[in-house]
Design a protein around this ligand. Sequence first.
Ligand code: ADP
Ligand code: MG
Length: 460
Amino acid sequence: MDGGLLYANAAFARLCGGDEHSLYQSRFQQLLTPGCAIFYETQFAPSLLLRGTLEEISFDLVRPDGQRVPIFVNATICPGDGPTAQYILLGAFGAKQRRLYEAELLRARRESEQVAEVVRRSSDAIIRLSADAVIESWNNGAQQIFGLSPAEASGKNLRTLFAEESHAHLDASIAELKRGIETISEITAIQKSGHLIDVSISMTPHLEAPGILVGFSAIIRDVTTRKRAERALLQSEKLASVGRLASSIAHEINNPLESVTNLLYILQMQVLDSDTKSLVTMAQEELARVSQIATHTLRFHKQSSGRTAVHLQTLFDSVLGLYRARLINSKIETTNDCMGYPELLCYEGELRQILLNLVANAFDAMRTGGKLVLRSRPARLPSGESAIRITVADTGSGMDASTLENLFEPFFSTKGIGGTGLGLWITKDLVAKNGGSIRVRSTTRPGRSGTAITMLFPLM
Ligand code: ADP
Ligand code: MG
């Protein structure tokens, strides 16, 4: 009962790293590390006495060479005979392997917790699916991308997350997975709100021997912004080539234009008959428009020289003058309404181009007549700075919501081959270059349809 060894088998001696006989001189607690020995004396022995039996208590033995051996101990108090009234029966087994397993298990558990945490926090959707594509797990990223909570998503079929047109592609990918092949593709997903977004989806099969698909995982990433950037890049490439083409055409046209201008001038000098003279004048005006188009519209990307003080009333007049014949033909009444600051410091050529584009659109919108107003008024910027507000308003057809949403997009036009869709796009750019902002109001309400484009330019 005091721990003195009465008997030990060879296996125990091997654990302790000594021979059986030397063991008989010691007590069990002397074979333990100091900490374990104290534990034996103060806790193990008293509670064994109390309960009669104890199971799987771990101790560390110390071998003569100092090496520690972890063991598990089962103990029972047995009634003895003869001189020993009671003795302790100890079963000890080496726990080295088990300790290793435990440590391994703990490490594996930590690792899987870390991985789970990464999955949980990922901004990509990482989801697990059954072999028949039913959602089994749903992380934060999935919730963000699709707007569905885990409860809403679980049990749904993967197909329901994607747009109709992507289903065939998805089915083909799942067929690949069944043959054990990983797949990556870019398809269109539907958010809970009904919004469509571009996503990339990579799927990995989970196979169990002998090659049976038990499920698969999918990693889905929102690539909308990347796609948008790619499209914008493509668009700007198109624009750059259009710009290059346009400016080379403008360049080529310029020489013959100048010749015709000169020829008309000579003609005008020579002809005296007043009817012919007015025809020549009209031809000159039309030619001026062609030059205008060649130098301004086609060479829109050309930088202008410098800011000058522009007299707005005069500028409005000259813009309206260019369209005069056509405006009269279409029974369009014009108003040139300048008040307050008549001058604005800006790039004159660019402001002219802006007005030409806007008047052209107004003209197109009023094929059956109407009113066109060019107006300038003193105004203030939100910051309080003095500014000028320039308005081009028409009583034309007006624009519907989808036109309003897209009108500043390059190549957006409702005029078929009659439009380039570049007018407002250029206009917006030119307004910004002159420090201004642009706003569009439009209505298609019958009887009072029309459009007002307002631009605000800082005065300095
Ligand atoms: P385009 O005139 O070559 O079509 P724009 O960029 O100038 O290209 O205009 C884009 C579109 O915006 C036009 O096709 C037209 O549908 C609409 N729009 C622009 N201005 C007006 C306006 N004043 N009234 C009605 N629709 C307009
Ligand atoms: Mg236009």
